[in-house]
Design a protein around this ligand. Structure first.
Ligand code: SF4
Length: 223
């Protein structure tokens, strides 16, 4: 793990992009996105080199209203933001039970703990499958723009899921080179809503100082 942390994933991303410049066709990329603000800089940067399909697959998000709000904002941002190459949008299934199944027994894990690893694998695995299904050249995630997320872990999971699905993983660490700062600028410019918690009920309650019930006790409505 220590060794992974030393890798400059944004330099790897640039090196991969450099190789593409000799190709005549613009490659396709399925970009997993957690929300419009995080996607903003990633789309600005990557759309110069790729035809992007933004894949909004986030069954972790709680409550439902938050999920739908983020999905709507994502679509509006794609519609309004000028890009060098076309950007499409696909919404995945909001299969919350899958997330709760993965998170079982991990209620009390802090953010960046084992529950997050499961959450990343669920979302990146689905993105790799979507990329394969669409015959995309690459897949990637906006999650590496967050200073709260472990870029080394995300890149390891992305690489492993890419190998499993047979699709190339585009490494990244979008927070580097002021990427995170740029995402806050774009968000302000487009009047976007920026949530104050990561996404799941556990992070929501942690942020708001509440205790989460055992998963078995969560009603369908709570979910
Ligand atoms: S804190 Fe964020 S990354 Fe971790 S499990 Fe919750 S939604 Fe997923």
């Amino acid at each position: 793990m220590k060794q992974e942390a030393k890798i400059n994933y944004m330099a790897l991303c640039d090196a991969e992009i450099k190789k593409l410049k000799n190709e005549e066709q613009i490659p396709s990329l399925v970009l997993h996105s957690c929300c419009a603000p995080c996607s903003s800089y990633c789309i600005e940067y990557l759309s110069r080199y790729f035809r992007i399909t933004v894949f909004y697959y986030n069954p972790n998000i709680y409550p439902d209203s938050e999920y739908y709000h983020r999905a709507k904002e994502q679509q509006e941002f794609i519609r309004d933001f000028p890009t060098a190459n076309p950007v499409d949008f696909i919404e995945g299934t909001y299969d919350k039970d899958r997330f709760y199944h993965e998170a079982r027994g991990l209620n009390d894990e802090p953010e960046r703990g084992r529950r997050c690893e499961k959450c990343f694998r669920l979302r990146l695995g689905a993105t790799a499958d979507m990329a394969r299904e669409r015959g995309a050249d690459y897949f990637a995630t906006t999650l590496t723009i967050s200073p709260m997320k472990d870029a080394a872990l995300l890149n390891r999971i992305g690489r492993e899921e890419g190998e499993r699905a047979g699709v190339r993983w585009l490494p990244s660490d979008f927070k580097k080179r002021n990427g995170y700062l740029r995402s806050t600028e774009i968000s302000r410019e487009y009047g976007m809503y920026r949530q104050d918690y990561c996404g799941c009920v556990f992070s929501y309650n942690e942020r708001h100082g509440k205790k989460t019930q055992a998963l078995n006790d969560l009603t369908q409505e709570d979910r």
